[in-house]
Design a protein around this ligand. Structure first.
Ligand SMILES: NC(=O)c1ccc[n+]([C@@H]2O[C@H](COP(=O)([O-])OP(=O)(O)OC[C@H]3O[C@@H](n4cnc5c(N)ncnc54)[C@H](O)[C@@H]3O)[C@@H](O)[C@H]2O)c1
Length: 370
């Protein structure tokens, strides 16, 4: 089996996570690209790559099979395009792009190239999520009619906190929803098999201003949180609450998908269990590859009692991407089409919040699987 040669652009949180996952998935981390040659070299040393580069072109010239794009959102498009035009597969962080037109262009470019192009909707890789999906979509199962949940964080709860994401020029016109709301919506669609078709959204801010680059305070133009009602293509009702300024909530992604026969509850911070509600009895199933009904390996293949976490999910996602590069496609691999889907939902959320009305999400029949 040929070893996949990889480069990572971006040396922050996700650059580190991708680099670790590349190695865990059996890839060869050839190059790390920083925002300067010095940062590239420091990243290469920290993550274990031979080459520390100051530009994506330098890394592509080293002969890589796949580029992992882990830079601020507004930079994704240029990095993705450079890779695809060089004949290189891409893993691009979400949001794929900061607007639908760009996400659409990149998705089409990837489809035309025939190259593998994926987006890390990584929460799909929890065994408990796969189990909920298998149970909900089992033949004969009554579909959930009520989908609800939240994704809450607190890293922007302090009004003195800031980040490149707060600057709409770099992060995009949606912040909290595009950053984390899209993960929740991806899970809702992936697990239930339903599509969100309309949204009614409210956006809000916890802080009116945050520190700017020169120490002064600058007005915040993007949302700290969102409350979104929606309906799906099967007529199910839904609501999701998104926040990056909820004190005490760290990475609290949770869903409840409720049906007449069974309801399924998952909490990302305690991912080893799935709560299944029944009309006469409730139960909590614990991830255990030895239990009948568990999702097939490799998802959550660790023996029971050895908790599966974010790193394992990420490595499984990268391994599936690399299997696809070698020609073997794994079920449920999130692709650019899913990134485009997320961009469409985000744009509808922004439009709905702006006009205060229900807003349709355009169908994506023209999307190409990539
Ligand atoms: N899938 C997930 O679970 C997940 C989680 C967190 C973040 N993300 C996404 O990952 C991306 C990166 O987020 P992060 O949290 O790692 O941010 P970060 O700020 O920690 O890292 C961004 C890095 O990009 C570097 N950079 C900036 N401009 C560059 C350039 N021109 N060339 C090369 N490098 C450059 C910065 O120096 C920094 O090291 C974002 O798009 C974010 O939405 C995804």
């Amino acid at each position: 089996m040929r070893t996949v040669r990889a480069a990572v652009v971006g040396t922050g949180f996700m650059g580190a996570v991708h680099s670790r996952s590349i190695i865990a998935a059996g890839g060869d981390l050839v190059a790390v690209v920083g925002s300067s040659p010095e940062k590239g070299r420091a990243g290469a040393e920290a993550f274990g790559a031979a080459l520390g580069a100051g530009s994506v072109d330098e890394a592509l010239d080293a002969g890589v099979d796949v580029l992992h794009v882990c830079t601020p959102n507004a930079l994704h498009a240029d990095h993705v395009q450079a890779a695809l035009e060089a004949g290189c597969a891409v893993v691009c962080e979400k949001p794929l792009a900061t607007d639908v037109a760009t996400a659409d262009r990149l998705t089409r470019l990837a489809a035309r190239s025939g190259l593998i192009a994926t987006v890390p909707f990584v929460y799909r890789y929890y065994a408990s999520v796969r189990e909920a999906r298998a149970r909900i979509q089992a033949p004969g199962a009554a579909p959930p009619w009520l989908l609800h949940g939240s994704y809450l964080q607190d890293w922007l709860a302090d009004p003195g906190a800031t980040n490149w994401r707060v600057d709409a020029e770099v992060g995009g016109p949606s912040r909290a929803f595009a950053d984390i709301g899209v993960h929740w919506c991806d899970l809702a669609e992936f697990v239930t098999g339903q599509r969100i078709v309309r949204v009614l959204a409210q956006l809000g801010r916890s802080a009116a201003s945050r520190p700017g680059p020169d120490g002064t305070h600058v007005p915040v133009t993007t949302e700290d949180g969102a409350v979104v009602s929606f309906t799906t293509d099967t007529g199910a009702l839904g609501s999701v609450v998104i926040s990056q300024a909820s004190a005490g909530r760290k990475n609290a992604l949770s869903f409840s998908f409720d049906g007449p026969d069974a309801s399924y509850v998952f909490h990302q911070e305690t991912p080893e269990t799935l709560w299944i509600g029944g009309r006469h009895a409730n139960r909590t199933v614990t991830r255990d590859p030895g239990r009948p009904g568990s999702p097939p390996a490799p998802y959550g293949a660790l023996p029971a009692g050895h908790p599966q976490g974010y790193y394992e999910c990420f490595a499984d996602f990268v391994a599936d991407t690399y299997a696809a590069i070698r020609g073997r496609t794994a079920e449920g691999l999130p692709r650019f089409a899913d990134g485009l889907r997320a961009a469409r939902i985000t744009e509808a959320v922004l439009a709905s919040a702006a006009c205060g009305a229900w807003t349709d999400i355009p169908t994506d029949t023209e999307e190409q699987p990539t």
